[in-house]
Design a protein around this ligand. Structure first.
Ligand SMILES: Cc1ncc(COP(=O)(O)O)c(C=O)c1O
Length: 464
C-alpha cells in the first residue's frame, strides 16, 4: 500500500483548546504507544493527512517533525513516512506465547495432512470465477446460515452417489470442517441429556471438546473388524463417535457384521452415532464401503470434510443430521455464528457440479496409491521386521513393530533431524499394547522425499 492510500483514524477539533499540532502529536503518539500503529507501518504523507483532515499542511509537518525527534516516526527524504522500527510501542514479547504452535518439519510423517502442493488452484479459481459470475446481489448478504442451497443440493447428490448417504438438502448443514460438527454434536448431545459418549480406543486423539462440554468418554476397543460393538452394548454409552469407513488411526474398516450389530444397537437404545467420514474417498484396492448413515439414517449424524480431499485451509465441511436432531443443530449453529463464507460455498458447489471434484479425487487416488506402494517397498527393504496393518486406503499407514521401541528417544532424534513422528500410543485413552506402532503419513511427501525420510527413520530407529 502506498502512503497515499494509507488512512488514519485521526480527527482534529478546530474549536478545541489545544493547537492542531498538539492534537495531532498526541493522537499519533498514543496510537504508536498503544500498538494501533505498529513499528515499520506507513503513515500518510503530511500533504495527504492535511488534505484528509481539511487543514493546512504546516501543523502536520511540525507534528511529524516533533514525533520524529522523539523517536516515534522515521522521516526520510523521498520515502513514505513510517513508524520508526525502534518506536516505543506494544511489543510482541509483552504477549503470552500462542498456546498451540504449529511445528513445521522437513519430513512430516504425522497423520492428518493431504498433499498440499496438489491443491487444484487453477480449477478452484475457475469455480470461484463461475461462482462470482452467477452470484446475485442477494447472495452477498447474510443469507442462509446453515449453508447455501446450491452447495447443499450438490452435496446431497454427491454423498448419495459416492457414499450411499441418503439426505435431503435440508438435512445438510455446512460446517467449518469436522471440528465444528464435533462442537455442534457435543452441544446437541448435552441438550438431549446424553452424559456418556463412547469413543474408539485408539481413536482420533483430540478429545478436549467433548470433555469441555461435560461429556464423559467411554473408551471402547478396536480390533481388525472395527469398534467392539459387543463391548459398546455392555457400556452405559448413549452415543458413539466412530470412523467406520477407515478407522482413525488404525486403518481398519468396520466389518459388515459389526455394522449390522451397531445399527441394531443404535435403534434398540435410541442412541446416536457421529460418523466421522474424514478420508473415505481414498481407498486404493476397491470401492469404499458406503457410509453407516445409509444403514441407520435416523440415528447417525454424518460428518464429511474437504480437509483431506482438498485442503484443511478451506475449513469447509458438512454434516447430515437425522430429522429429529436437525432443529437442535440449527439452534446451536445459530448461537455460534452467522455461517461459513458464502463465496467459498458457492465455489465448492461449482467445483462439485462441474465434475472437477471427482476428477481431482481420481487424480489424488492414483498419486496416493503410488506413494503408498513406494512406502511399502522401502519399508520392506529398510524395516523388514514390521507389519503393516490396516487396509489399502487413506493417507497414512500403520506400522507395527514386534517389540517396544524407545519411543521418546526416537521422537527426540527425529525432531532434531527435522522429522515429525506420531506413535499410536498417544492415541489411546486406555492402556496401549506393549509393542510400538508408528503412524506414517505417506500422502504429503513426494516419493523421492518419502524414500529419503524412511531411510533416515530406519537409521534413527536402529540408533535408538
Ligand atoms: C479422523 C479425523 N477426523 C477429523 C479431522 C479434522 O477434520 P477438519 O479439518 O474437517 O476439522 C481429522 C484431521 O486430521 C482427522 O484425522
Amino acid at each position: 500500500m502506498s502512503s497515499r492510500d494509507a488512512e488514519l483514524l485521526i480527527s482534529v477539533d478546530r474549536n478545541g483548546p489545544a493547537s492542531m499540532q498538539a492534537q495531532l502529536e498526541r493522537q499519533l503518539r498514543d496510537a504508536i504507544r498503544g500498538g494501533m500503529l505498529r513499528a515499520g507501518s506507513e503513515v500518510p504523507s503530511t500533504r495527504d493527512l492535511a488534505r484528509d483532515l481539511g487543514i493546512s499542511r504546516p501543523p502536520v509537518m511540525e507534528a511529524y517533525a516533533q514525533l520524529a525527534a522523539e523517536g516515534y516516526l522515521a522521516l526520510r527524504r523521498s520515502a513514505a513516512p513510517r513508524v520508526a522500527d525502534t518506536a516505543p510501542g506494544h511489543r510482541a514479547q509483552d504477549l503470552p506465547p500462542e498456546s498451540i504452535t504449529t511445528l513445521v518439519f522437513r519430513y512430516d510423517f504425522r497423520p492428518g495432512s493431504p498433499d498440499l502442493s496438489s491443491f487444484p488452484s487453477a480449477r478452484w479459481l475457475k469455480a470461484a470465477e463461475a461462482a462470482l459470475k452467477t452470484m446475485t446481489p442477494d447472495d452477498f448478504g447474510y443469507g442462509q446460515r446453515y449453508g447455501v442451497l446450491p452447495l447443499r443440493r450438490a452435496l446431497a447428490d454427491y454423498l448419495g452417489r459416492v457414499r450411499g448417504v441418503g439426505a435431503d438438502p435440508r438435512q445438510i448443514l455446512i460446517t467449518s470442517g469436522f471440528e465444528q460438527a464435533r462442537a455442534l454434536m457435543a452441544r446437541a448431545l448435552k441438550r438431549r441429556g446424553v452424559t456418556e459418549l463412547a469413543v474408539e480406543d485408539p481413536g482420533y486423539s483430540d478429545r478436549e471438546v467433548w470433555l469441555a462440554a461435560g461429556l464423559k468418554l467411554l473408551p471402547i476397543g478396536v480390533d481388525e473388524y472395527g469398534i467392539d460393538v459387543a463391548a459398546l452394548g455392555k457400556s452405559r454409552a448413549q452415543a458413539v463417535l466412530l470412523t467406520p469407513a477407515h478407522q482413525s488411526p488404525t486403518g481398519v474398516v468396520m466389518s459388515g457384521e459389526r455394522r449390522l450389530a451397531l445399527a441394531n444397537w443404535l435403534r434398540e437404545k435410541n442412541a446416536i452415532a457421529l460418523e466421522d467420514d474424514y478420508d473415505a474417498e481414498f481407498r486404493y484396492d476397491r470401492a469404499p464401503i458406503g457410509a453407516l448413515q445409509g444403514s441407520a439414517p435416523d440415528h447417525v449424524v454424518y460428518a464429511g470434510t474437504t480437509s483431506k480431499t482438498l485442503a484443511p485451509a478451506l475449513r469447509l465441511g458438512w454434516m447430515v443430521a437425522p430429522p429429529d436432531l436437525l432443529l437442535a443443530f440449527e439452534d446451536e449453529m445459530r448461537l455460534m455464528d452467522c455461517g461459513r463464507g458464502r463465496l467459498e460455498q458457492f465455489t465448492l458447489a461449482h467445483f462439485i457440479i462441474s465434475g472437477d471434484y471427482d476428477r481431482h479425487l481420481r487424480k489424488m487416488r492414483a498419486l496416493y496409491r503410488d506413494r503408498r506402494e513406494a512406502l511399502l517397498a522401502v519399508i520392506a527393504a529398510e524395516l523388514p521386521e514390521v507389519e503393516i496393518s490396516g487396509i489399502s486406503a487413506g493417507l497414512h499407514a500403520t506400522v507395527r513393530f514386534p517389540r517396544r521401541l524407545n519411543e521418546a528417544a526416537i521422537h527426540e532424534n527425529a525432531n532434531k533431524r527435522g522429522m515429525g513422528l506420531s506413535f499410536l500410543r498417544g492415541h489411546y485413552l486406555g492402556t496401549a499394547p506393549h509393542e510400538s506402532t508408528l503412524l506414517l503419513n505417506y500422502a504429503s511427501m513426494p516419493e523421492s522425499a518419502l524414500r529419503t525420510a524412511l531411510r533416515t527413520l530406519a537409521a534413527i530407529i536402529a540408533d535408538s
